[in-house]
Design a protein around this ligand. Structure first.
Ligand code: PLP
Length: 444
């Protein structure tokens, strides 16, 4: 988020009592920033194609019902990958027709439910297509327009990026049907030609760490496959291509780079025929829509030194930033220092560790980070945490999930208004999800 809006929001959050003794951690979401990113996405694709484009937000990036409802109000749909995510999208009022179900492990019951609701499905593999064959007769009687679209995910097997765990287009990735495996291409073409209801191809080359040219090559590979199938069929059997998400986020500054428009232009250069209006498009961006609009705040409880290293002990650690704590090289986060009133702290930068509350030594958000020397009662802001940080809570030490507050702030001053997106998890909820109702279960 823009740094002036963030400073305003942090100050207002402290003034309005959002960080307390009982709730020393809280997250802020910049509502206006999310809207602006949604607009940037829509405009980026409208500038390169006249075709209909469904922008389905990848729910796993921010599984919060009010966020999904906000994006829906901005004209976006939802990409879901589990019954839970589908339930969130439905609770947010996202219509089935604007929802896409992807997941490598859909059960027959999940497939049945999605199709009955009218949710589009991308099959991950040929076994899943065979399952869909068994469900297809039920759909044959329904009017063509009412039948949800079905696609097949392919893996262009182009290689990975800098973060192995997020590289989905490697030769041995668990996702999709490998396009370069021996005989696979012919099998895919046959599979589509044999199934009149299979009208889409789907690809998602990976997230954060994948170079843009590699992503564009992946989209090109799937467009070429669609052209091959359509040529073989003598008509446009594949009418829509779902290009997935994966636009990386710049975690090093407040700049939104690369932009949606740069990516959309690159895609059109690489695959012009995909954007000439003949194909419908689906996108599934997550991180690039939300990451820069979230900030996690925590009070500094203690400030100590050990072995000459200053250490700020805060309440924000592995329970809110598991990826950063376990893989700090791949997921470094910027941290800003504020005083107890929520005003930016100044002073010479001192290398200090920013520690979390969990009981293991590695629970650090940053090591030797140069910041104005933190003191007890100060506040840290962990930046760019709007995507994936709310979807990877970590239950270690039974630390509660913090509240998330949406805010609106006028640029250049004015009051900041907060609204609850999610309240903090309560202790009785932690007890309940930890078997509280079965306290005597193991007693003789
Ligand atoms: C995770 C995922 C996305 C979203 O990826 P981002 O990097 O957050 O844009 C989109 N599509 C699929 C299939 C995914 O698994």
């Amino acid at each position: 988020m823009a740094s002036d809006r963030r400073d305003q929001a942090v100050h207002a959050a402290l003034a309005q009592g959002l960080l307390t003794e009982e709730q020393p951690v809280a997250a802020l979401l910049d509502t206006g920033g999310i809207r602006a990113s949604a607009t940037a996405l829509k405009e980026a694709f409208a500038a390169v194609t006249d075709a209909p484009v469904l922008h389905a937000f990848a729910v796993k990036a921010a599984p919060l019902v009010p966020v999904l409802a906000l994006l829906h109000s901005e004209g976006l749909g939802a990409e879901v990958a589990s019954p839970g995510e589908l339930a969130l999208a439905r609770a947010a009022g996202v219509p089935a027709a604007r929802t896409v179900l992807d997941s490598p492990a859909k059960s027959a019951a999940e497939l049945h439910e999605a199709l009955a609701l009218g949710v589009a499905v991308n099959a991950d593999n040929l076994q899943e297509l065979a399952r869909l064959d068994a469900l297809a007769p039920g759909r044959a009687g329904s009017p063509e327009s009412a039948a949800p679209a079905v696609g097949l995910r392919v893996n262009p097997q182009l290689g990975g990026g800098s973060i192995g765990a997020l590289s989905t287009a490697t030769a041995t990735s668990k996702f999709g049907v490998g396009l370069r495996d021996a005989g696979a291409r012919a099998l895919i073409v046959r599979a589509v030609l044999d199934r009149p209801w299979l009208t889409r191809l789907h690809i998602h080359t990976g997230s954060q760490g994948i170079p843009l040219p590699l992503m564009a090559q992946g989209v090109r590979a799937v467009w070429e496959l669609a052209e091959e199938i359509n040529a073989e069929a003598g008509r446009r059997r594949i009418d829509t291509v779902d290009i997935g998400g994966g636009l990386p986020v710049n975690f090093a500054s407040d700049e939104h780079t690369p932009s949606f428009s740069a990516y959309a232009r690159l895609l059109r250069e690489e695959s012009p025929g995909l954007f000439d209006g003949g194909y419908g498009l689906v996108t599934e961006f997550g991180r690039a829509l939300l990451a820069k609009h979230g900030t996690i705040l925590s009070r500094v409880e203690y400030a100590k030194t050990a072995g000459g290293r200053p250490i700020a002990v805060t309440h924000a650690g592995v329970q809110v930033a598991a990826r950063t704590v376990y893989d700090p090289e791949s997921w470094p986060l910027r941290i800003r220092a504020y005083d107890a009133e929520g005003l930016p702290k100044s002073g010479p930068a001192v290398a200090q560790d920013i520690a979390g509350p969990a009981c293991f030594a590695g629970d650090l958000l940053a090591e030797a980070r140069p910041l104005p020397l933190l003191e007890p009662g100060d506040v840290i802001a962990v930046l760019d945490t709007g995507a994936y940080y709310f979807s990877s809570p970590y239950g270690y030490n039974s630390l509660p999930r913090p509240a998330v507050h949406g805010f609106t702030a006028a640029d250049g001053g004015g009051a900041v208004r907060f609204t609850t997106v999610r309240r903090a998890q309560r202790l009785d909820e932690i007890v309940a999800e930890s078997g509280g109702a079965y306290a005597a279960a193991l007693l003789p």
